[in-house]
Design a protein around this ligand. Structure first.
Ligand code: MN
Length: 132
């Protein structure tokens, strides 16, 4: 399994908006991450059959199964339950943040994505200790 590509942390970005995806990819590439993209929850599940990313950046508003639905599946599977997931959402409302955190997301980033703070937010998640 391609867990790490020469030591670069592997991030799975689940985002259906191509403009946002390009933006996130550009930022993460510059920061030295290895990126795999999925345009839907279904595509992300396919990717996760063969990948163990260090982190998942998950858009909540997705066609088909949404981000919270995908979270429930990831948390119910011991193979993926431990992967830290950061939610991305167009909603900055308190309830949306609470729903994402309650579903098991470790952090919540409201869109529009702040290109200046995203790298530090992701680095903090990757540095945080995980339960084994
Ligand atoms: Mn979306």
């Amino acid at each position: 399994m391609p867990v790490a590509d020469s030591g670069r942390p592997l991030v799975l970005v689940v985002e259906d908006n191509p403009v946002n995806l390009e933006l996130v990819e550009a930022i993460l590439d510059r920061e030295g991450y290895h990126i795999v993209a999925a345009a839907s929850a279904e595509e992300a599940l396919e990717q996760l059959r063969g990948l163990r990313p260090h982190l998942v950046l998950l858009d909540i508003q997705l066609p088909g199964l949404d981000g919270l639905g995908l979270m429930r599946l990831l948390k119910s599977n011991p193979e993926t339950a431990g992967i830290p997931v950061v939610a991305l959402s167009a909603h900055a409302r308190h309830e949306d943040r609470q729903a994402a955190l309650a579903a098991g997301c470790v952090d919540y980033i409201a869109k529009p994505i702040d290109t200046r703070t995203l790298p530090a937010q992701l680095a903090a998640v990757l540095r945080a200790p995980r339960p084994i």
